[in-house]
Design a protein around this ligand. Sequence first.
Ligand SMILES: Nc1ncnc2c1ncn2[C@@H]1O[C@H](COP(=O)(O)OP(=O)(O)O)[C@@H](O)[C@H]1O
Ligand code: SF4
Ligand SMILES: [Mg+2]
Length: 351
Amino acid sequence: MAEPVTKNADREPILQVRNLVKHFPLTQGVLFKKQVGAVKAVDGISFDLYRGETLGIVGESGCGKSTVAKLLMNLERATAGEVFYKGEDITKLTGRALKAVRRNIQMVFQDPYTSLNPRMTVGDIIGEPFDIHPEVAPKGDRRRKVQELLDVVGLNPEYLNRYPHQFSGGQRQRIGIARGLALNPEIIICDEPVSALDVSVQAQVVNLMERLQDEFELSYLFIAHDLSVVRHISDRVGVMYLGKMAEIGTDEEIYEHPTHPYTQALLSAVPVPDPEARGGRERIILSGDVPSPANPPSGCRFRTRCWKAQDKCAEETPLLAVPEALKDTGSLAAHESACHFAEEKDVVGAA
Ligand SMILES: Nc1ncnc2c1ncn2[C@@H]1O[C@H](COP(=O)(O)OP(=O)(O)O)[C@@H](O)[C@H]1O
Ligand code: SF4
Ligand SMILES: [Mg+2]
């Protein structure tokens, strides 16, 4: 097994992701399907999730965030790489062993409108995981358990016979969270859990999730497409670009001392409420679209949009590591960044 890629080595990792790859085959032909390529949705990603922490994962739409989530849940089979849960590689598990692990790793989905079955009552939705794991709540105990869960997420326990359409978006996401908690998991993978909600409701749901994290000692992988959403909840943040991890570090390292041009561009796009705070700092406008993951650029994948790109960037793939030039500086800029020319830059929004 490779060395841990993050520096919080004093803490205990609950998930260790190593060189995780997911390629979706691209086929041609109707009767005789022939593979003509692959969508490299996730292309060699490594990180740790520590017990009790929130790791935010951020990146533009299509960069592979949901695919990472599904690989961690084993809902998609990895093309290569490993996911160690308490030291056991769960990508190789099947049957009963997989079922046992799945109890401890649950998911909350982005869209509370489509992820809840409209024909099921809230009680049945929240209690559904008990069908697969009856040992957690025997039949006679389910109603009480579901009511407890409703109470825990701030909903009236008497609502259990209602249907999803009778709830607001924020309430539906509370229902989704209650279902995620039903089996008393250790890890919850949250795939853009608040992206579909109004900004005012987003904060309430994020606050609820923070409270539940303390109460139930949960570890969160919290996915968002926007750095501002994960700022308050994350202990560490990983920035993804086109199937790769561009930069990873503590929230202070990423928000105050980003060294990867992509992170710097994302941060510079965050609106600054106070124009004074903008000072003389630059705003970086990213040009061009995200290239297709079926045909990613050689070397550094960000090079087609990077204002610092040089010949080396097309020839050599930068590794995710603490940059040599920053190693002994003692600065918070000395964290892992996959760029040949990683350096700090004052960007709008980073304040
Ligand atoms: N089942 C699939 N088959 C083929 N391509 C897929 C599949 N799922 C996702 N992709 C592709 O993989 C890439 C990453 O998708 P996804 O993980 O959903 O990104 P994100 O969640 O960051 O928006 C996208 O180009 C998407 O079209
Ligand atoms: S390796 Fe080159 S292209 Fe990639 S982010 Fe760094 S400077 Fe830009
Ligand atoms: Mg997604």
